[in-house]
Design a protein around this ligand. Sequence first.
Ligand code: HEM
Length: 375
Amino acid sequence: ASAYEFFGAHQAGITTPVQDHLHFASFDMMARTDRDDLVSLLQDWTYAAARMTKGLDVSATGAVGGSPEAPPDDTGEAQGLAASGLTITFGFGPTLFENEEGDRYGIAAQRPAQLQKLPAFLGDDLDPAHSGGDLCIQACADDPQVAVHAIRNLSRIAFGRARLRWSQLGFGRTSRTTAAQSTPRNLFGFKDGTANILGTDDAALDESVWVAASDDPSWMAGGSYLVARKIAMLVETWDRVRLTEQEAIIGRDKGPGAPLSGGDEFTEPDFDAKAKDGTPAIPVTSHVRLAHPDLNGGIRILRRGYNFVDGNNELGRLDAGLFFLSYQRSPEQFVTLQRSLSTDAMNEYIRHVGSGIWAVPPGAAPGSYVGASLF
Ligand code: HEM
């Protein structure tokens, strides 16, 4: 499919088959904005997003149909491009509910108890310029220009109400959400997304991704929690590591992506299997072992991250990594996994440099707007 429906029980862009490109943006509300400003912003964003996901301009007059004496409603760079599988997913950060200015929008009492700034993790090296934000928008599409057009126009529509805080481009999905998609590779060269929750696995989605009607608060039913982590990967250092060592760090082989306990890509890892020298075939410090549900009380998450390369530094090293995105029914799932990864052998080759968490409300009903259940 090249166009996904914007309206529905859940927001698009979570279980939707992962597209090839990402433009992710975090926004802060402007000072002295009130509840009406926030509601009108969400309504305007919904209107424009529903149009853009159909491959249309942001308004009926669009890029060239308005008055020649006025700046056009739409910036125009997506003219002639198809919808390209565009999805636009909105989220609310902890600071939207309450910040130094207090309860600006009269929603502090509705704040989900779990929606808190993530705790500090061992080895964090977070840059505030790539962290946090009152609101977020994840735009994914199979054409990078379509994703960028979406964020650019939504930023423009926010004028006077919210402004861009930070944003991130991503290419090369590092996960899959349907069995039909082949497993892509991250910048370490390993298949990524093998054991991901698939968008067709309703039981796993209900258990691990969607907030249930019985969960608190009720306005989040059908929504999810999004964690973003900008993870720098020290690729030049990694590229000097022996193949067998790289495989021991991940816990899978680099070709087919099979667990080191044997089989093929989709064989379940056997953590009791022993190597010839009697040590565990899947090392105790390997990423897959530490992240696996068996070692984490059954916890699973839906990963939807992207590779990034933001140029290079003065030493000629790529500023590269994984823009990790995960959706979960409760932020606690991510926190438990990330704590479990504190002994991950991969930590020597990565650095978490950005972080954010947002409550992603359920999808909007036709005629309504994203987040309406909160007001
Ligand atoms: C699995 C890479 C960060 C959670 C994997 C796999 C690879 C990988 C290659 C095996 C294939 C697969 O099942 O997808 C990476 C890289 C990271 C990173 C390169 C950082 C740059 C994280 C983080 C988390 C995480 C921050 C969560 C806190 C998982 C989970 C699995 C997994 C849950 C599946 C484990 C299983 O059920 O077998 N990752 N990962 N990863 N990773 Fe990561």
